[in-house]
Design a protein around this ligand. Structure first.
Ligand code: FE2
Length: 449
């Protein structure tokens, strides 16, 4: 696979998270929502579903998606697939749809998986972009061109001007933090990669316009020796490029970006993280690099949650927690988002780092230097909701409900961010769970939850 060499950079702003869940009882911990919803069957969308529609025109580009292409947010990686022939790997772009005066040329690749051969996958880096600017871009040049647009983030330094401008932005959601498990193609016969294509077309209406910050989940592994497929993550790494080298990472599964006022660290639940491993050493060096004056908010994404009181994937995140939790407390991570569990849960600020094998101190305790842990694996999936919870609700758990939904994190300034979780059954403006989040460095007082 080519294209390992993207430059550095990353941005942030309003953040949207998509995940799923439903509800049950009560207890000693916080709130277990009793919200009762219609049972949503996990019905698979047929291959001819309208959301999978192939765009018209010969060899028209499809499955268009973008992500931040550098460390600071001045570059974008544009990716798309052409079905019949390679076509052009160039992107025309500019600040007016009528004057796409710049051009960048990317690379094209294909991959085979068992009896599936991918289309022609293009990745093209647009760099040296201006901050806080709307860009229009065209792909499929010379055959069936399609035009989309995106907006770069404001410059990160925490000037009042930037933040005020940020606050005034009427758009809800500028970046999607995606916490893993994309297409679920691995659950189909022969791990049918056609499902990667349908999923890519399905989400294009968002991924072509907003950077999605990718985290690898277990459904991205695609390790199938029985099919002759022994290279893990082949479809994912072929289709989704991330700027990992910009943050000094050696693999696309763990990396960091800066986006406006947030420093976002993506961790890999399915790459080695024990002591001396590349991911461990990278994170050990990465955390002291975070500049909380330039990027006041420190957010971590991972797939498998550390604090999860559902009976699904229970304690799967425990080994990574043992390795990294002391650092999260030391460096005052504000928020951790995880997926994997198809439900929603928010923790209090807790840590569980006192245990030393012999002292028996193995219960999570309230800790104002610790992150809020949010499990938001409730975007929707083939397996249905995780409705079975451990009882009683543990003390670390502030709110839990098994409904599908998404959340919006609205960073207001360096001290305050508003967080709201929206279940799918409600109107768009309804927050089923919400909280003012206080920055751990600039406003480290307890939240009122
Ligand atoms: Fe998962």
């Amino acid at each position: 696979m080519g294209g390992r060499g993207w430059p550095r950079g990353v941005p942030l702003g309003l953040v949207v998270l998509a995940l799923l869940l439903n509800a049950a009882a009560l207890c000693r911990g916080g709130v277990t929502s009793r919200f009762v919803r219609l049972q949503e069957k996990a019905v698979d969308m047929p291959l001819n579903a309208d959301v999978f529609r192939i765009p018209p025109g010969y060899n028209a580009p499809q499955q268009v998606h973008i992500t931040q292409g550098d460390y600071e947010g001045r570059a974008i990686i544009v990716s798309w697939i052409t079905p019949a022939q390679p076509g052009s790997s160039a992107v025309l772009y500019g600040t007016s749809p009528k004057k796409l005066s710049s051009q960048a040329v990317g690379i094209v690749l294909r991959y085979m998986f068992h009896n599936y051969t991918s289309g022609f996958i293009h990745h093209c880096l647009l760099k040296d972009l201006e901050y806080d600017t709307q860009y229009f871009y065209m792909v499929g040049i010379g055959q069936s061109p399609r035009t989309f647009w995106f907006r770069t983030p404001p410059k990160s330094f925490d000037s009042n001007k930037t933040l005020a401008h940020y606050e005034a932005n009427p758009k809800k959601g500028q970046t999607v933090l995606f916490v893993g498990d994309l297409s679920y193609a691995d659950t189909y016969p022969n791990q049918d990669n056609v499902r990667w294509d349908t999923w890519g077309r399905f989400v294009e209406r968002s991924t072509a316009y907003q950077p999605w910050i990718w985290t690898a989940g277990n459904h991205e592994i695609h390790f199938a020796p029985e099919l002759g497929e022994t290279v893990p993550f082949k479809p994912y790494t072929s289709r989704y490029f991330v700027p990992y080298q910009a943050s000094g990472s050696i693999a696309p599964f763990w990396y960091s970006i800066r986006r406006a006022s947030a420093h976002i660290i993506v961790l890999a639940s399915y790459s080695a993280y024990g002591k001396y491993t590349p991911q461990y050493k990278w994170l050990e060096e990465e955390l002291p690099r975070v500049n909380r004056s330039e990027t006041p908010w420190l957010i971590v994404l991972m797939h498998s949650p550390w604090y999860n009181s559902y009976n699904y994937h229970y304690m799967e995140g425990e080994t990574m927690r043992v390795m990294f939790e002391p650092w999260f407390v030391k460096y005052k991570v504000d928020l951790v988002f995880a997926g994997h569990v198809h439900a929603y849960e928010r923790s209090h600020r807790v840590s569980n780092i006192a245990y030393n094998i012999v002292n028996g101190k193995c219960t999570p305790v309230r800790d104002q230097s610790a992150p809020v842990y949010i499990t938001i694996g409730d975007g929707g999936n083939l397996e249905g909701l995780a409705t079975n919870m451990t009882e009683p609700q543990p003390g670390y758990s502030a709110f839990r409900e098994a409904s599908f939904g998404h959340a919006v994190l609205d960073i207001k300034n360096r001290t305050h961010a508003h967080y709201g979780w929206h279940r799918n059954q409600d109107g768009a403006a309804v927050e089923a769970d919400s909280l003012w989040i206080y920055n751990r460095v600039w406003n480290p007082k307890p939240e009122t939850d």
